[in-house]
Design a protein around this ligand. Structure first.
Ligand SMILES: *[C@@H]1O[C@H](CO)[C@@H](O)[C@H](O)[C@H]1NC(C)=O
Ligand SMILES: *[C@@H]1O[C@H](CO)[C@@H](O)[C@H](O)[C@H]1NC(C)=O
Ligand SMILES: *[C@@H]1O[C@H](CO)[C@@H](O)[C@H](O)[C@H]1NC(C)=O
Ligand SMILES: *[C@@H]1O[C@H](CO)[C@@H](O)[C@H](O)[C@H]1NC(C)=O
Length: 777
């Protein structure tokens, strides 16, 4: 069932235009194929350069000779960012990464590097100390672990007490083994959480990375105590990849405090012939100390459930996004009920895409309180467990106040312990809020890898602004707006290219206090502002159409919106983005319209450029001819070709002269962006000029004699491909506009006939050799 669903969503409905020149069209389709399930483009697309020019991003310059900025630790109170890299830990100012950075050199021991190389590992990318863990230990110290060239080690960094003049140094005599705390490999996915009871970590504990487990180890303890998941038992963990871990209280009683872990693994419960990966949420009690006679040093409260992120399709079929990529915990006022945001991917052979799902703690707890999954033996299928459940219910934390007989997990009766040996998996699955993703990106050129979320107060409510890091070094800034009929509207406010080189985003941290995002790839680290309101435009309507909860019109500029200052002048409408309701003086609400004079040559073509700031605006053109008051819309036909960023007029006629206005329509609101006064120069005049100059060689706007020859058509397609790079129009839209079905046959006839005549008469106004230029030239 699930697979059918996947196919249904990916099936593209591309209408192929079957023109005699279809090989050309096919070529164009190849380069700009888009599936049916597309989404509106990001309203604002910012390049690396745009960010730099607007001062809204700072690239950390001290990154030369270092790499792998895998681990970031924020200290909001003292204004520090710690960045763990290969052989280094950087201590940077949150306000400006390049302001007097400090670094600590922490290489792997020489003999470990040698041993690592002898074992066949790569010297550059594996046999070094990759810092994988940085966590606050106490007011002055940070706990740090690194791979130590496949020999993990942990220690403390003293940051001192002063915020102004830090004394950063490693404490070498406190170096301890990182086994069960930190992975051996820089590649392995990993999670860890330092608490007062010790360090919880999902990691492997061997050179091969095959023996992965969830550990709790003591830190800085003389008596090294640990507790873990059972090794080599598929029903506990089956080739897991760990994503995140959080401490979330379940009730007011500290006895109930649990650690929730998120990971993905090979699904034991899916069909054994079909190896699938499922995402999981698991939990253990903080006060679990293992069993007494059995399950010694093993979790006695470990439970896990499947985390589902899927899109319901028609006929009850679902498309599943099975692979968890990242998880973010959005704190709310209720400490027990944060919102859990997960970004998932589906990377099957037929369907690729990403989705963000949001889960409530209530739905996660309900599944852990529900039925257990059960398997009679290895040859049986997993079913719902319907037998007797021992007391206390497996998975409950021991609590003396609740039951004096069960002070500790070592007091659990034998039937509870033996039940826990084989019933880690819950039967029900955890569904997201509203049973569907809050955001989806399918068929796109990139996958989503990381996310952080900021809850923002706007004039018309609260919005959870999601920052989604892609595998191409971009960040999408997204909000979801609930509609009256339970549906939602997803808006990509911005698509930001943070770095010059596209490279997957490996880590992101958000400072809500400073309104900054810290973003790293393997080779770079940057800070990016959460908002740049001034880039939306210099008019009230521009600001309002942006629908950015961070920004509002203050009467003269688009600036940061603060909900606390209740000045009436602030205009913002995130829900509807309707300037009519917000901007009183619409005429003056926009920047002055640009007036341009254009000269076109009769029978030549001309391009009237009009680039809307918003990628969601649609362009409409009107024309007013001289000595005629009537303003009419320019309809598209073979001569007037509407492109996303302008109007192409082919084979200009004298009567085309006039005033052309470009209107941007967005959210059923339109305004004029630019006006062209088009004047036509007669052909004879140019002909005389041209014979002197020796003909035009420009690629764009070449004269095309009607009906065109094959060579000219090819040239025109070449024009189109160049044009496309600036206009972004898709090939099928182009087909629609250029080739009307009813005219096709007639055209073909004319075309062939005229071509033979033209060739015979040798009347081609082109350079020799141009005819051979194919579309791929
Ligand atoms: C960016 O910062 C530089 C130096 O601080 C300043 O000169 C420039 O005007 C700023 N640009 C913008 C767009 O704010
Ligand atoms: C960086 O590496 C280059 C060559 O790999 C070396 O010449 C240079 O001294 C290094 N710089 C620092 C600051 O380590
Ligand atoms: C923090 O922990 C370190 C390492 O155990 C210790 O040396 C230091 O005194 C502690 N600092 C405070 C303020 O507790
Ligand atoms: C046609 O227009 C383009 C610019 O739009 C110009 O470069 C070219 O010289 C013109 N061709 C003729 C024959 O005038």
């Amino acid at each position: 069932m699930e697979y059918l669903g996947e196919q249904q969503l990916m099936a593209p409905s591309v209408r192929l235009c079957s023109h005699p020149l279809h090989f050309l069209i096919h070529f164009l389709l190849m380069i700009s194929w888009t599936p049916a399930w597309t989404q509106r483009a990001a309203r604002l697309q910012l390049t690396y350069k745009d960010l730099q020019l607007s001062n809204s991003s700072v690239i950390f310059l001290g990154s030369r000779n270092t790499s792998s900025f895998q681990t970031l630790l924020l200290d909001e109170d003292r204004g520090w960012l710690l960045a763990g890299a290969k052989n280094y830990i950087f201590l940077l100012r949150l306000d400006n990464l390049n302001d007097n950075p400090h670094k600590i050199y922490w290489p792997a021991a020489k003999d470990h590097v040698e041993h690592c190389k002898l074992a066949g590992k790569n010297e550059e990318t594996e046999c070094a100390n990759f810092v994988r863990l940085l966590q606050h230990f106490n007011k002055t110290h940070v706990y740090a672990c690194g791979t130590g060239a496949f020999h993990p080690l942990c220690t403390y960094i003293d940051l001192g007490r002063s915020t102004e003049k830090p004394v950063v140094h490693l404490i070498p005599h406190l170096l301890e083994s990182g086994r069960g705390k930190c992975p051996f490999s820089p590649e392995e996915s990993f999670t860890a959480l330092l608490t007062t009871e010790g360090l919880y970590a999902g990691t492997s504990v061997d050179f091969m990375g095959t023996n992965a487990a969830i550990f709790r180890t003591t830190v800085q303890g003389r008596n090294q105590h640990y507790i873990r998941t059972e090794a080599n038992q598929d029903n506990w963990l089956n080739d897991p990849q760990f994503i995140g871990s959080f401490s979330i209280p379940d009730t007011r009683s500290p006895d109930d405090d649990k650690i929730y872990l998120f990971f993905k693994e090979m699904a034991v419960e899916s069909n054994q012939w079909d190896k699938r990966i499922f995402s999981r949420v698991a939990r253990v009690c903080k006060n679990d100390v293992g069993g007494k006679r059995s399950l010694i040093n093993r979790w006695t409260t470990f439970l896990k459930a499947r985390l589902v992120c899927s899109v319901p399709g028609p006929n009850g079929m679902e498309t599943y996004f099975d692979e968890l990529e990242d998880i973010f915990l959005l704190e709310t006022r209720d400490e027990q009920n944060p919102l859990i945001f997960g970004v998932f991917s589906a990377s099957g052979s037929v369907f690729k895409g990403s989705a963000v799902c949001v889960y409530s703690m209530a739905s996660i707890r309900a599944v852990f309180n529900g039925p257990f999954a059960h398997r009679e033996s290895l040859d049986y299928r997993w079913v719902e467990y319907k037998g007797r459940i021992p007391y206390p219910r497996p998975g409950t934390c021991p609590s003396e106040t609740y039951d004096p007989l069960h002070k500790s997990t070592q007091d659990f009766p034998d039937d509870v312990i033996s039940f826990m040996r084989s019933h880690q998996l819950m039967w029900e699955v955890v569904y997201p809020l509203n049973r569907k993703p809050v955001f989806m990106k399918a068929g796109g050129p990139f996958l989503l890898k990381k996310l952080v979320v900021d809850r923002v107060d706007a004039e018309d409510g609260q919005y959870d602004v999601m920052y989604l890091g892609t595998d191409e070094g971009k960040i999408l800034k997204v909000i979801t707006i609930p509609k009256q009929d339970w549906s939602t509207e997803e808006i990509i406010l911005e698509e930001i290219s943070v770095f010059q080189k596209p490279s997957p985003i490996v880590n992101m941290e958000i400072s809500t206090k400073r309104q900054l995002l810290y973003v790293s790839t393997v080779s770079e680290l940057a800070q990016v502002s959460l908002h740049r309101c001034e880039l939306y435009g210099k008019a009230c309507a521009d600001c309002c159409l942006a629908r950015d909860p961070y920004c509002a019109w203050d009467g003269s500029l688009c600036t940061r919106y603060f909900p606390t200052n209740k000045r009436r002048a602030r205009r913002q409408d995130v829900k509807h983005g309707d300037p009519r309701s917000q901007c009183h003086d619409l005429e003056e609400g926009f920047e002055a319209v640009e007036d341009k004079v254009m000269y076109g040559v009769e029978m030549n073509s001309t391009y009237l450029e009009c680039i809307p700031r918003s990628h969601q605006a649609m362009l409409k053109w009107t024309v007013q001819h001289p000595r005629n008051d009537h303003v009419k819309e320019v309809k598209s036909d073979e001569r007037f070709i509407h492109l996303e960023q302008g109007l192409l007029i082919r084979l200009l006629e004298k009567s085309d002269a006039g005033i052309y206005s470009c209107l941007a329509e967005e959210n059923s609101f339109s305004h004029t962006l630019v006006r062209y006064h088009l004047r036509i120069i007669e052909q004879e005049y140019v002909g005389a000029q041209q014979s002197q100059v020796g003909g035009a060689t420009g690629e764009m706007g070449r004269a095309i004699v009607n009906p065109p020859t094959l060579g000219q058509l090819q040239m025109f397609y070449k024009d189109y491909t160049q044009l496309k790079s600036i206009s972004g129009m898709s090939a099928d839209e182009y087909c629609d506009q250029l080739w009307y079905r009813e005219k096709r046959k007639q055209k073909l006839r004319n075309f062939k006939w005229k071509q033979t005549v033209d060739n015979r008469k040798g009347r081609l106004r082109r350079h020799p050799g141009q005819e051979r230029d194919g579309p791929a030239a």
